[in-house]
Write a protein that binds this ligand. Sequence first.
Ligand code: SF4
Length: 287
Amino acid sequence: MNYQDIAQLIQMALSQGKKVWEVVLDCEAENQGCTRSQIMDRMRERWRVMRESMAIVGARRSMGGLVGGEASLLQSGDGRLFVGPLLVTVMTRALAVAEANACMERIVAAPTAGSCGIIPGALSAVAERMGATEEQVLQALFTASGIGIVLASNASISGAEGGCQAECGSAAAMAAAGVVELVGGDPQQIAEAAALALKNQLGLVCDPVGGLVEVPCVKRNAFTAVHAVVAAQMAVVGIKSVIPVDEVISAMHQIGKAMPQELKETAEGGLAATPTARRLANLESER
Ligand code: SF4
């Protein structure tokens, strides 16, 4: 009963008269030999960890000392916030989770540790705005997971294999799909949102300064969570991706393979090769 690509997932939902999240949940229950409620309980536990990791913890510093306190700065705003409250919440929570990861605290890899703030940031903020229940958030997480399963099978969710497009790009596609589910979009809109989000992350390289998941990773989570919400918003008003989502995933896979090794988590290229990054990396190694 498994789906091989997103077109099949959408088709299964439509032909069975189910929501996308239900198809994903049913497949997981069958694959793991568990009941639906057991799988749902596991997702509830992951959502609990995600919520805990969104706590804003003042001016903490990351293990490598390159980041920390950004979520707190944004939350206080200091009278300078000019974007809407929804986006501020999305950014703040995405930063908080990514900071928690950089501080070696407990997070849910979604799909990876480096991209862990994107899904919780986007989903929690939109859920609050829409007055969604916890059950609805869990359903959105299953939809996001379904997209993630296809990305992992047909392309990659690893920065070392496909660049940051595979990590943060995948998280963006998953979050966008989840947000569409959350706000009551239909299965095709879920596919469009995933395509729109991923398409606009293609080519993104993985170039962590000093090999630490701190710069550019933490702030990138805030940018990408907003990006996912924008993709979902476009999809639910009927904006479509000219390139179908499975072709976008295939393009991401090809781009990842063509990307030089220096730009795939080796910290030998891109931002990681700048003079400032080299200086910071040397300071870190001398500690
Ligand atoms: S830059 Fe690399 S390490 Fe950082 S989030 Fe992206 S893929 Fe992960």
